[in-house]
Design a protein around this ligand. Structure first.
Ligand SMILES: NC(=O)c1ccc[n+]([C@@H]2O[C@H](COP(=O)([O-])OP(=O)(O)OC[C@H]3O[C@@H](n4cnc5c(N)ncnc54)[C@H](O)[C@@H]3O)[C@@H](O)[C@H]2O)c1
Length: 331
């Protein structure tokens, strides 16, 4: 499947996609004429939200079209991690062009590299630290030059503190504020800034879907018993700033749904439960014992919910928090 308009030559987006020296005279869906600068958002006029396409009960009612992202561009932050490529592949499969942002030094996983080869003409890697507004502006310019203005933004970049990688642990009273600050800076402020930079083009186009990746820990507190077997002294505590940062992101989701709803922008949060990866067997066993569906999440559990939120299939949904956790938070 190729949703790429013919005007985009294939080799422009082949990996490695550091974008070095890319310049374009191609027309953009939105050309602000501002050269990627930080234009003020004043002067926007509210407009009715686009009505869903297709007539029920007629041959024009084509349900799969509602899930199509043909002709749209998407941005996914934290593209090099575990979940970034899952979101990207889903959006690419649905027909979107995808620009993936991550730290310049982020390790490219095999999954990421495979994706780049498979969708070489529709997938662009843009090095960018989302904490840095200037880098975000530069990234936006590069994306607008290469693709079109993004009308889907997946705020996925985030940091946590898995116990297996930890050399030091603290009691709650001793947790360094610096650790909290870093988590909040990336998980909340990074997403906040990405929305500031990519949102205005969506407003000018009159439609957009912003998806903030949260966590079940936005809703519930971590159970320390899950981590007891790590035998750290003092016992491991999942960083309180992690859940707090995600709860803040959920609140920002609602804030923006209200603020930008009149401009046709939908803002929702998607919170996966624990995704099966290289966690140790004991953790997996204790965690799954708490999950009504009896297992951790797999990539195939997440693509449908993401596509639903990104596409017109969720055209009347904004300010919502979609939790995909196998029932973990249901009790
Ligand atoms: N994996 C899970 O089980 C799980 C469950 C619930 C929620 N989440 C959330 O999903 C998101 C992705 O999780 P993951 O498991 O893929 O994490 P990950 O650590 O594998 O990937 C996160 C990515 O974000 C990038 N990143 C970090 N700081 C950045 C910055 N300043 N600028 C740009 N990129 C930056 C990292 O380089 C990394 O590639 C996170 O927000 C996480 O909180 C994950």
């Amino acid at each position: 499947m190729s949703g790429l308009p013919k005007k985009f030559p294939k080799q422009r987006f082949s990996l490695p996609l550091d974008g070095g020296g890319q310049s374009s005279t191609q027309s953009r869906a939105v050309d602000t004429g501002q050269g990627g600068d930080d234009k003020s958002s004043s002067g926007w006029t509210p407009r009715p939200h686009p009505l869903p396409q297709g007539e029920r009960g007629s041959e024009k009612f084509l349900l799969p079209q509602k899930f199509s992202l043909q002709g749209r561009a998407a941005v996914v932050t934290g593209i090099c991690g575990n979940l970034g490529p899952i979101w990207a592949e889903t959006l690419l499969e649905a027909g979107a062009e995808v620009a993936g942002l991550d730290l310049p030094q982020a390790k490219k996983t095999d999954v990421f590299l495979k994706l780049g080869r498979r969708y070489s003409n529709k997938f662009l890697f843009v090095p960018c630290d989302i904490r840095d507004r200037k880098q975000l502006l530069k990234a936006k310019k590069k994306i607008n030059d290469g693709f079109r203005s993004a009308t889907v933004l997946v705020n996925n970049a985030g940091i946590d503190q898995p116990p297996a990688k930890l050399k030091e642990s603290w009691t709650f009273e001793d947790i360094p504020a610096e650790i909290c600050r870093k988590v909040l800076e990336i998980n909340f402020l990074g997403a906040f800034q990405a929305i500031q930079i990519f949102g205005p083009d969506m407003i000018k186009l009159g439609h957009g879907s912003i998806i903030n990746i949260g966590s079940v820990y936005a809703e519930i507190a971590p159970d320390r018993k899950l981590y007891e077997h790590f035998n750290l002294k003092p016992p491991f505590l999942k960083p309180p700033a992690y859940g707090a940062s995600k709860a803040a992101l959920i609140n920002l989701t609602k804030y923006l749904a209200v603020l930008w709803g009149p401009y046709g922008i939908r803002v929702n949060a998607l919170s996966p439960g624990g995704v099966e990866g290289n966690q140790d067997a004991k953790f997996k066993q204790k965690y799954t014992a708490k999950v009504p569906l009896g297992r951790m999440a797999r990539p195939a559990d997440l693509d449908g919910p993401l596509l639903f939120l990104a596409s017109d299939a969720s055209s009347y949904m904004t300010g919502a928090h979609l939790i995909v956790d196998g029932g973990l938070t249901a009790w």
